[in-house]
Design a protein around this ligand. Structure first.
Ligand SMILES: [Mn+2]
Length: 347
């Protein structure tokens, strides 16, 4: 007997960095992915799908998007249980399909032959009370790692109530841990990501229940992902060499991904960091590409000290004569010169 647990789809979320055209491609792909997910659920004869909140993002999305989603759910015929998240608002449509069950602020339990499914929306959460020895699924949306935060969930309150599988949403990466003696809490992570703050593989949790034994696993699902890679250009001066370094950093990056390359390290003032040229050479190879320069210019302190009538040279001399340790002197010199030059400080 199999179940699928997803969360944090944030359907309709704006993706700020992308052009309108690319954002539209992503939005359309998300609906196609959802169709693929429910097709997969049917293929594995899935008993029920759990959506642990943040299904839609606010209310600034189209009715068409919501219709497409509910059309997929209705056609699948699979029981789909949903608890609202902090980003969910009232649906734009009046009626949801019959097989789409919404939990509200009052805790509620649905009873099936071998298992029960319960859930509750909001912040005033109560532990469920079960009257049988069946397998117990419970759905919540919130943060178990910060119980005192606004969206916090105190796991202690759920430790002894015989929940077997606590299906959670809110945290966008797959995580799981023990709940009480026999139970597990699981974050499925977001089904697809919408920015560089949620890099890496995205997907869902698949649960298998057999003779009272339960197994769950993360199933990578999203075609696209956001990825940040670093290219350290310390000591590199020439444009072609920097390009090569970036190519190397992009070694394992798929062309369908959305990628940010971060230049790091120290280079000289003469370094050929032609950023727009570099960006041009890569941007057509990936669905989205951006280059962020976080490398620093190496300050040649010895050379600066020799400058005549120079504020920088006088500053360096003052530091040298101070009682600071060698390490502290270095740090003060480096950041002082950067500040005098108007650079961002590296320390
Ligand atoms: Mn949330």
């Amino acid at each position: 007997m199999k179940f699928i647990h997803i969360s944090d789809l944030h359907l309709g979320a704006k993706i700020k960095k992308l052009s309108l055209q690319k954002a539209k491609i992503l939005r359309e792909e998300e609906i196609v992915s959802l169709r693929r997910l429910f097709d997969y659920a049917k293929k594995i004869d899935c008993e029920a799908v759990f959506i642990a909140g943040d299904l839609f993002d606010g209310n600034a999305y189209s009715k068409k998007l919501q219709n497409s989603f509910f059309d997929i759910v209705a056609k699948s015929g699979i029981k789909t249980f949903y608890v609202r998240g902090n980003h969910d608002e009232e649906f734009l449509i009046d009626e949801v399909p019959e097989n789409f069950i919404v939990f509200d602020e009052n805790i509620k339990t649905f009873d099936f032959e071998n298992y029960t499914i319960s859930g509750q929306e909001g912040n005033e959460l109560l532990p469920p009370i079960y009257k049988d020895d069946k397998f117990h699924f419970h759905l919540l949306h919130g943060d178990v790692f910060n119980p005192s935060s606004n969206d916090g969930i105190d796991l202690n309150a759920f430790k002894n109530c015989k929940i077997d599988y606590l299906a959670l949403g809110h945290i966008h990466t797959f995580e799981s841990g023990k709940l009480g003696e026999k139970g597990t809490y699981v974050y499925s992570g977001s089904l697809f990501s919408h920015g560089f703050d949620e890099c890496g593989e995205k997907g869902f949790a698949e649960i298998e229940l057999e003779n009272g034994e339960v197994k769950h696993r993360f199933v990578p699902f999203a075609n696209r992902r956001f990825e940040i890679v670093e290219a350290d250009i310390t000591g590199i001066e020439k444009f072609d060499e920097i390009k090569e370094k970036i190519e190397k950093a992009l070694d394992r990056v798929d062309q369908n991904w959305l990628v940010r390359v971060k230049l790091t390290g120290f280079c000289s003032e003469d370094c050929e960091k032609f950023l727009s040229q570099l960006e041009n050479s890569f941007e057509n190879q990936y669905f989205y590409f951006e280059l962020v320069d976080e490398s620093r210019i190496k300050v040649n302190l010895e050379k600066l000290k020799e400058e005549k009538l120079s504020f920088k040279a006088e500053f360096l001399k003052l530091v040298e004569e101070s009682d600071l340790s060698e390490e502290e002197k270095n740090l003060v010199c480096q950041s002082g010169i950067e500040a005098l030059r108007g650079d961002d400080l590296s320390v």
